[in-house]
Ligand binder design. Structure first.
Ligand code: FES
Length: 136
């Protein structure tokens, strides 16, 4: 190995050592795809029972649908805008929480704290009898 080969090898090693952690820790924010959804949940079906109690929620078709403590229905895109972990609804805190890295979003999907910097897409909801329509 001559001097030039040695320097190339060392340089590559230093590059990996320096850039490796940054590439892991500096991953780009998740591009938040715009969801086009329009579906109706029958609240009399057992699979949707979580939505019959205040504070309950479920995730379907990429959307987290929740019933607030006031009995209103809300829905936002379920994938955290940071790196895509599915968020949870925390009724008592009036927010959506991501266990991935701790981001929180308001009940309307607005970022409360990072590392996420982009809001969750908010969906429309309407209830007619026991039919809950969710659409973007
Ligand atoms: S994926 Fe990182 S905070 Fe949600």
């Amino acid at each position: 190995m001559d001097r030039a080969d040695f320097l190339r090898l060392v340089g590559a090693g230093v590059g990996v050592a320096v850039l490796g952690p940054c590439l892991q820790g500096c991953r780009k924010q998740q591009d938040a795809p715009h969801l086009n959804v329009d579906f109706t949940l029958d609240l009399t079906q057992s699979g949707n029972q979580a939505l019959t109690a205040n504070g309950g929620y479920l995730v379907t078709q990429g959307v987290i649908v929740a019933r607030t403590l006031d009995g209103n229905y809300i829905a936002v895109a379920a994938a955290c805008t940071h790196q895509g972990v599915t968020v949870q609804y925390q009724a008592s805190s009036h927010r959506f929480h991501c266990n991935g890295h701790g981001a929180n979003f308001s009940e309307s999907g607005v970022v409360q704290n990072g590392p996420a910097t982009t809001d969750l897409q908010r969906m429309n909801t309407s209830l007619e009898g026991q039919a809950l329509r969710v659409w973007s």
